[in-house]
Design a protein around this ligand. Structure first.
Ligand code: HSE
Length: 440
């Protein structure tokens, strides 16, 4: 059977992995797809490097639009990244009637509504397994494997760089800045790691998963995003003493009034499997009504793990490209017309309305009555305390750390209580607040 022809836009780490794995496993991939899948054209600014990777049988150009304009190309794989030219090229490829496979989470989280609408209109597929958690087939699991379920929540370690940093801070007691330098030297973190450490990359991925899990549009602008730059090694230590690990989680949760969509550092009970995901690995937990809790673990980045997801999409598109578009798997799991029923759609809740539990660290004067003042504020706000830990003051010290774990309460109430505590003359430094999720 005639091979399906693929054009790569960009042949960096993921592109070269895709080319290599397609070549290495071509026989099995063909048996699965029903016909051969061949990369026949590549666009990259560094044509010499690209040609050296793919060999002389593949046409290499420096202009992505030549790939899109080639009538023989069936699928365009966008591996450029970012919201800029990548968006333009994806829309042009769709307009030219090409199916698109992309690893670009930023693009889909921000412009997904426009891109999926364009694809729907043209009757082409946009596949994006590689955009979330690299090699873990979490998009397929949420969209197809769990389609019987009403999903309650999705919580994931979906950024390898930050998980590596947190693991090293815990293991070696190092400060954030020192581990970041190490992560950059090892090639985990980008030269500009802002999107990773500020939680933006994780929020892109959480946004996409929320849309698929709950049948809401992609709404990155409504996500609450907090990274790990302010985390201190002492909080990791205190959390550990209380039986918790700190992870950067991407969380989306269905509640009676809306969808929570948030990324922030989080205390997780050390006994949970997800708390033991170390280094640059990713893991996603899903809780749903019929299946209960499921956990997906694996490499969230890297050349061949991400290529694994890109090629799975190529196989899917190859299998389905002759099918009636109405009979294909919907891009975001739910049939597109159901996204228009705005009156039934749950809103993304502002952070003030999110309900969770908390870890607080207060630097306080070590004197009589301080604990009573603080617990008094909690009592007044009807916030229930779960545990208290007081560090023994050092010799000659007249101040100490007070660590408080609370039960669930709404964020607005906690903000108010923190503001009140901060006013006390016995509270000597800004209060540290880290949210806590039991994930049970
Ligand atoms: N920067 C990402 C991470 C790569 O650290 O997980 C995969 O999206």
């Amino acid at each position: 059977m005639k091979p399906i022809q693929v054009g790569l836009l960009g042949i960096g780490t993921v592109g070269s992995g895709t080319f290599e794995v397609l070549k290495r496993n071509q026989e099995e991939i063909q048996r699965r797809a029903g016909r051969p899948i061949q990369v026949t054209m590549v666009a990259d600014l560094d044509t010499a490097r690209a040609q050296a990777i793919v060999g002389s049988a593949v046409k290499v150009v420096n202009d992505a639009r030549q790939v899109i304009a080639n009538p023989d190309i069936d699928i365009v794989v966008e591996l450029i990244g970012g919201y800029g030219i990548a968006k333009q090229l994806v829309l042009e490829a769709i307009a030219a009637g090409k199916h698109v496979v992309t690893a670009n989470k930023a693009l889909l989280a921000v412009h997904g509504t426009e891109i999926f609408a364009a694809a729907h209109k043209q009757g082409v597929m946009v596949a994006f397994e590689a955009a979330v958690a690299g090699g873990i087939p979490i998009i397929k699991a949420l969209r197809e494997g769990l389609s019987a379920n009403r999903i309650h929540w999705v919580a994931g370690i979906i950024n390898g760089t930050t998980n590596f940093i947190l693991s090293e801070m815990r293991d070696k007691g190092l400060a954030f800045g020192d581990v970041l330098k190490q992560a950059q030297a090892l090639g985990y973190a980008e030269a500009d790691p802002t999107f990773d450490i500020e939680g933006v990359d994780a929020a892109h991925k959480a946004t996409i998963m929320a849309a698929i899990a709950f049948g809401v549009p992609v709404q990155f602008d409504k996500a609450y995003v907090e990274g790990i730059t302010k985390l201190e090694a002492q909080d990791i230590r205190y959390a550990e003493q209380l039986g918790y690990r700190i992870k950067l989680l991407g969380i989306s949760k269905r509640t009676a009034t809306g969808i929570e969509l948030r990324v922030h550092p989080c205390l997780v009970p050390a006994k949970r499997l997800i708390a033991n995901v170390e280094g640059a690995m990713n893991a996603v937990m899903v809780q749903a009504d019929a299946v209960g809790t499921t956990l997906y673990y694996g490499k969230g980045a890297g050349s061949e793990p991400t290529a694994s997801a890109v090629i799975a999409d190529l196989v899917d598109v190859t299998r389905l490209h002759t099918a009636d578009p109405l009979n294909r798997v919907p891009h975001l799991a739910f049939q597109p017309e159901t996204f228009d029923q705005a009156k039934d759609q749950l809103p993304v809740l502002p952070m003030q309305q999110v309900v969770t539990s908390y870890y607080l660290r207060l630097r306080v004067a070590d004197q009589a009555g301080v604990l009573a003042q603080i617990t008094g504020i909690f009592a007044q706000a009807s916030i229930s305390i779960d545990a208290v830990l007081q560090r023994e003051a050092g010799e000659g010290e007249n101040q100490t750390d007070l660590i408080i774990l609370t039960h669930d309460c709404v964020e607005a109430k906690m903000n108010q209580a923190i503001a009140q505590m901060q006013q006390l003359s016995t509270v000597l430094a800004p209060i540290t607040r880290i949210r806590k999720e039991e994930l049970n």
